[in-house]
Design a protein around this ligand. Structure first.
Ligand code: AFD
Ligand code: MN
Ligand code: MN
Length: 397
């Protein structure tokens, strides 16, 4: 007998039906840190293998219909690879998701890409941005999701203001190439790989650049891209309020951009972020947010980590969905602090896993996707098929 009444159960079913989250192609490949990587026999080395792995995660979780693609890593020949990708989408039943330009690994970008003092290098980077829009068009992807690694390592070595001008110009030019319905998501990150200044270092810079680029540009919040102690849910509330929240890259961190599994360090923070989204929906605040994972599964089994990630995201999304926002609003009005907090954190502590299981069974999904993964032999099969190769595809550090 469920501990939840029928109204709560119905709310839960609707909340989980409405929640889809995009998984990254790079989550299936060998990845590591700048200190090296531990290759895994089951790791994907080709785009076909990544689509196959994504299909397995979708089969088990029912919540991941799209996979984020990284230009250069997944489409080494750029837009010429788009036809092949369409075939893989058909074959595996997973659609291409956001298109991630890659402006951080070519040697030309040593001193920056879109912010490089050389107009020639900036033009090269801009051409890559245009290609990425073209790829998104050919694949029917809505989002071009830009993380810009540009910055500098020492004070005085670059003009930060000149770089702002070059960057604003490039994003406006990119925006002019967007088709109706397409979006440019501008991600921010305080540091790494640059260690003195990063050209798009915080949400204010992203928001300004997005606004200047045009109405189809928005901010992408990567939860790992904040200084210790920053109040991310407040940033989310602001971006919702000003209509610039485009999407998330979810992961967790203890120290920096650690790309750990969502909710593995601070699940309450994810709950607080999701609460802002559910509250915006309840308040009928217009927003259109892409929920995406951006993690590196350096040590965990790649597919196991992906399934665990999606399950955790679903549980935290559901917990936040169950907050009694009307009662919370009344308590906030009255400044009944402890009652408001007890309602809020009490909902966080609610064990919603039985509701998630009920949803899965009702949708014809395995009640326990991790157990189903271990039982279905997929990982054993791909280990056998791929085990001999320790070729590392993504030099991702
Ligand atoms: C790295 C960057 C950033 C980017 C991701 C995929 O820090 O988060 O979104 O790679 O390109 O994690
Ligand atoms: Mn990211
Ligand atoms: Mn990151």
């Amino acid at each position: 007998m469920s501990q939840f009444n029928s109204a709560t159960t119905e709310r839960a079913m609707q909340a989980l039906d409405a929640f889809q989250i995009e998984i990254p192609s790079w989550g299936f490949a060998n990845t590591g840190t700048r200190f090296g990587k531990f290759v895994q026999p089951a790791a994907a080395s080709t785009l076909e293998e990544k689509f196959s792995d994504a299909a397995e995660v979708l089969r088990l979780t029912g919540a991941t219909p799209t996979m984020a693609l990284h230009v250069l890593w997944d489409l080494p020949n750029g837009k010429k690879d788009a036809a092949k990708v369409k075939e893989l989408e058909e074959k595996h039943g997973v659609r291409s998701g956001s298109i991630n330009p890659n402006l951080f690994q070519d040697q030309e970008y040593k001193y920056g890409s879109l912010c490089n003092p050389s107009a020639e290098i900036r033009a090269l980077a801009l051409a890559h941005m245009f290609d990425s829009v073209e790829i998104a068009t050919q694949l029917g992807s809505r989002d071009i999701s830009l993380w810009l690694p540009d910055g500098s390592n020492y004070p005085g070595t670059q003009s930060m203001r000149k770089r702002i001008e070059w960057l604003a110009e490039a994003l406006q030019a990119t925006h002019s190439k967007l088709k109706p319905g397409q979006r440019l998501l501008v991600e921010y990150k305080p540091f790494e790989p640059a260690f003195y200044h990063t050209d798009i270092a915080d949400w204010g810079m992203s928001a300004h650049l997005a606004r200047e680029a045009g109405p189809q540009a928005f901010v992408l919040v990567d939860t790992g891209h904040h200084y210790q102690g920053q109040n991310i849910e407040q940033i989310v509330a602001w971006l919702l309020h000003i209509g610039l929240l485009g999407g998330f890259h979810f992961n967790d961190r203890r120290y920096a951009d650690d790309d750990l599994t969502i909710g593995s360090i601070d699940p309450y923070q994810v709950f607080r972020i999701f609460h802002e989204l559910h509250a915006a929906k309840a308040d009928k605040l217009p927003h259109d947010v892409a929920y995406m994972i951006d993690q590196s599964h350096n040590l965990k089994g790649k597919i196991e980590a992906a399934v665990q990630t999606v399950s955790t995201a679903q549980e935290l999304w559901l917990k936040a969905a169950l907050v009694d926002r009307e009662e919370l609003g009344r308590l906030q009005e009255k400044c009944d602090l402890v009652a408001a907090e007890e309602l809020f954190r009490g909902t966080f502590w609610t064990d919603v896993r039985p509701l998630v299981v009920e949803w899965r069974v009702a949708r014809g999904l395995p009640a326990d996707p991790l157990k189903a993964l271990r039982k279905d032999g997929y990982v054993t099969r791909i280990e056998r098929e791929r085990g001999g190769r320790h070729s590392v595809v993504n030099s991702y550090a």
